[in-house]
Design a protein around this ligand. Structure first.
Ligand SMILES: Cc1cc2nc3c(=O)[nH]c(=O)nc-3n(C[C@H](O)[C@H](O)[C@H](O)COP(=O)(O)O)c2cc1C
Length: 305
């Protein structure tokens, strides 16, 4: 018998545990639709804020060994404009659409989340963890009280699952996860990118226009696995793992560490959209070989050792 890959996470039922990570291809409705057709269990939009933002000047992305550094500066069309994109996506896709939102105060987050809900979002992901926009990733995401206020405000405003996406750029990620759980979050997403930098040795200049950016891809996977392991030990709500997942073996590692589902971002740039089907097929064969009937049975198995 084929193993069941469907999972329940934060009020959503997914056909399989793979999710498109925020910001990678989730910019337009068309792109979100093509990811949905490629086999993902759910898609996450680019982070959208209350007003349009241009983001930083180029260069905003640079490749490094084993990863990618980006400092986009949260460019987005603003919620008023994005609303139409989301409405269009919802007409064409039949998997959950998670709306990633950001703001500069708890009220901003809840205002944007309310419009996303009206436009048909199935869940809200709070980006309190952008590493290169000071007011979002640092002032809110590194402060358990502000994370708590933000989660509460959004939970009061919208009757959808609210996921809180955490930054690894803190002294104790578990403390922030506990604050989000206490405030009522329905799931924790771990992790956003890790602060990093690259300098051009010919010109002596930092390459990114914002100088410091966020590292993603294979280089951050062990940090993400450790974060998922520690957080899932400390909280009752489900954890969604994210960071450097490139193949099914990586995905299984996150599930064993305690993730109920996983998000894929940077790998799409190397592997294309086929990465979703490859990961799903690989997880299925792994379970079949081990005679495990449900993917949820392996979630957190590494904790028994
Ligand atoms: C180009 C780029 C843009 C991103 N934009 C967002 C964003 O808008 N919101 C967000 O929460 N995370 C954003 N991220 C972070 C990813 O969602 C993800 O947390 C991170 O890249 C780690 O996963 P990965 O190694 O699979 O890419 C972005 C990442 C990249 C590479």
């Amino acid at each position: 018998m084929k193993p069941s890959l469907s999972v329940k996470v934060g009020g959503l039922k997914l056909r399989n545990p793979t999710i498109l990570a925020a910001g990678v291809l989730g910019v337009t409705g068309k792109l979100l639709t093509s990811v949905a057709m490629s086999g993902a269990g759910a898609v996450t939009t680019k982070s959208i804020g209350p007003e349009p933002r241009d983001g930083y000047e180029n260069p905003t992305v640079v490749r490094v060994r084993c990863g990618l550094l980006n400092a986009m500066g949260l460019p987005n069309p603003g919620i008023k404009e994005f609303r139409k994109e989301l409405e269009d996506v919802k007409k064409t896709v039949n998997i959950p659409v998670i709306a990633s939102v950001f703001g500069f105060s708890p009220e901003d987050f809840s205002d944007v989340a309310a419009v996303m809900r009206d436009a048909g979002a199935d869940a809200i992901e709070l980006n309190v963890s952008c590493p290169h926009v000071e007011a979002v990733g640092r002032q809110i995401g590194q402060n358990p009280d502000l994370v708590s206020k933000t989660v509460k405000k959004v939970k009061d405003q919208v009757d959808l699952g609210v996921f809180t996406k955490l930054s690894p750029n803190v002294t104790d990620i578990v403390e922030i996860a506990r604050a989000a759980e206490k405030a009522g979050t329905d799931a924790i997403v771990a992790i956003n990118t890790v602060r990093g930098m690259k300098i051009d040795i010919k010109t002596s200049r930092p390459i990114l226009s914002a100088r410091i950016g966020g590292l993603s891809g294979a280089a951050i996977r062990p940090i993400a696995v450790r974060s998922v392991y520690e957080i899932s030990k400390a909280v009752q709500v489900p954890v969604i793992g994210c960071g450097g997942i490139q193949c099914w073996e990586d995905a299984v590692e996150f599930l064993l560490a305690g993730a109920s589902a996983i998000e894929i971002g940077t790998a799409i740039m190397d592997e294309g959209l086929e990465v979703f089907n490859k990961v799903v097929d690989g997880i299925e064969s792994y379970l079949a070989q081990k005679r495990i009937s449900e993917v949820s049975d392996i979630v957190g198995r590494a904790h028994s050792y």
